[in-house]
Design a protein around this ligand. Structure first.
Ligand code: HEC
Length: 136
C-alpha cells in the first residue's frame, strides 16, 4: 500500500507547487501596482533603464530629484531648457505639476502627452518612479 501511495503523493506535491507558482506569477502579471499601471501612460516614450536613442523622450531613470533637462545627448526643446533655468531639479512638487498638465507648466514643450488630472494617480506614479530610480 505504502509503495503505491508514495509516488502519487510526490506527484501531487509537484503539481500543487507548480500550480501555486503559476498562480502567483499570474497574479503579478494581471494586477500591477497602481503606480506601475499609471506608468503605462509613459513607457512608450520613456525608458526607466537609462538613455535610449529609440525612445522619443529622455529616460526617466532616477527622475525624482534629477536635474531638469540633463540627459546627455538628448535634444530638449527650448521650452524645457529655459524651464531648467528657473527649476533646477525634478522634485516631487515640480514633477506632479508637470505631469498634471505638461503644456500649462512648460508651454511649448515637445512632450505629446495630455496629462494626468487625478491627483492620487499622480502620487502613485511618482512613488513608482522614485522606487524604480533606487534599483541598482
Ligand atoms: C508621446 C511621448 C511621451 C509620453 C506619452 C510621455 N512623455 Fe514625457 N517627454 C516626452 C518628450 C519628447 C520629452 C522632452 C520634451 C521637451 O524637450 O520639450 C519628455 C520629457 C519629460 C520629462 C522631463 C525630463 C527631463 O530630463 O528633464 C519628464 C519628467 C517626463 N517627460 C515625464 C513623463 C511622464 C511621467 C509620463 C507619463 C505620465 C510621460 N512623460 C509621458 C515624451 C513623452
Amino acid at each position: 500500500m505504502g509503495q503505491i501511495a508514495r509516488p502519487w503523493l510526490l506527484i501531487s506535491i509537484i503539481l500543487l507547487a507548480g500550480a501555486l507558482a503559476w498562480g502567483q506569477s499570474d497574479a503579478r502579471a494581471v494586477t500591477p501596482s497602481p503606480g506601475e499601471r499609471a506608468y503605462q501612460k509613459c513607457y512608450t516614450c520613456h525608458s526607466l533603464e537609462g538613455p535610449d536613442p529609440d525612445m522619443q523622450g529622455p529616460s526617466l531613470k532616477g527622475i525624482v530629484g534629477r536635474k531638469v533637462a540633463s540627459e546627455a545627448g538628448f535634444t530638449y526643446s527650448q521650452a524645457l531648457r529655459s524651464y531648467a533655468r528657473k527649476q533646477k531639479a525634478w522634485d516631487r512638487k515640480a514633477l506632479g505639476a508637470f505631469i498634471a498638465d505638461p503644456q500649462a507648466v512648460i508651454p511649448g514643450n515637445r512632450m505629446g502627452f495630455f496629462g494626468i488630472r487625478n491627483a492620487q494617480e499622480r502620487e502613485e506614479l511618482i512613488a513608482y518612479l522614485a522606487a524604480a530610480g533606487q534599483k541598482d
